[in-house]
Write a protein that binds this ligand. Sequence first.
Ligand code: PMT
Length: 399
Amino acid sequence: MLKGKSIVVCVSGGIAAYKVVEVVSRLRKLEAEINVIMTKNAEEFVSPLTFQSISHNHVVSDMFAEPKKWDVEHISLARKADLFVIAPATANVIGKIASGIADDMLTTTVMATKAPVIFVPAMNDYMYSNPIVQENIGKLKGLGYSFMEPDTGMMAAEGTFGKGRLPEPSAIVEKITEMLYPKKDMNGIRVLITAGPTREPIDPVRYISNHSSGKMGYAAASVAVKRGAEVTVISGPVSIAPPAGANMINVTTCLEMYDEVMRKYKDHDVVILVAAVADYRSASIADKKIKKTEDDMSVKLVKNPDIARELGKVKGNRIVVGTCAETNDLVSNAKAKLESKNFDMIMANDVTMEGAGFGVDTNIVKIIKRDGNMLELPKMQKTEVADRLLDEVVRMLGK
Ligand code: PMT
């Protein structure tokens, strides 16, 4: 199944390194050509000889060792690979690559490759949730690197429960196969996506907004790019890296988002409205900071245009997908919006559920179609949710 594919497996120094032996073994059984690079620390956990025996190839770790099979080893490995897999990816190796540090065979080779790279992090759960690690992961994702989410369970080293375990070898191999044979079923399809919140100013220092981080919309954009679509994102203000390969249009307010959607929708086949748009804006924007005087104050709000509803009137035969974040009556509210905004499909998330909605990397959604069919998805990464949503879009396009 993987015959003719060259995979470089990079092993960094974590207790989970032993599980990667099975990953290599499974990949070999699928007839992939495997080269293993180990860090010095990884050699403390598993002997290079083990990987050498399983991969049937010389294991590389020392940058200055006499070249065995390859001329300049890291360059030739970087060039010939179809895919790089870093497993386990420690906080250290993630941090180094995010910072452009290339001080050993693993980091040098990863940085010298143009092949896709997937990180499979495994580390202590506190380390994994550390904002520095998360920021590095976010930065690398924004640069187009892929990541697998660690599993939650008993941590081998600590004996405690947490999120940071290396995923099962079968799951890693499945992901690798998916990356080597990506779906390209959106080639030639032009997709417009709104993402993030809008900000409605009150004065030069204050605004009305909501908790949208842009993660769901950006996930939809990066998955659509990977599947071959030409993607434009109209994004409200967010602090995450833009999706690699998408055209970005940055806006702040609902009125700006409305103008851009109306300017752009005609050039697109599919419009996916993930943005959490403010329904109201301040009737007036003070030109100076409003001073604290009375015990109470009120701000007069006026209704913003409903971008989705206006698009629904003029969409023609384009597919328009809506989303909704609800706290109650999820399905009936979603169905009402599907009808009133003339969506072809709506993705509904109950934002009161843990792991769903604003700010998190996962979501729990129901995808409801015009014919009443409903797909209920369990908690998944936002990229996986996006993949399932795009499967439905592709089906609707009759591809
Ligand atoms: O960004 P994240 O942190 O990842 O969070 C993702 C999300 C929770 C924001 C996202 O999954 C989501 O649910 N987005 C829709 C938010 C919402 O509540 O929408 P709504 O129910 O107000 O509107 C329904 C639809 O109409 C949406 O497609 C919305 O983009 C659109 N709309 C709404 C109001 C408006 N004035 N114009 C619009 O186009």
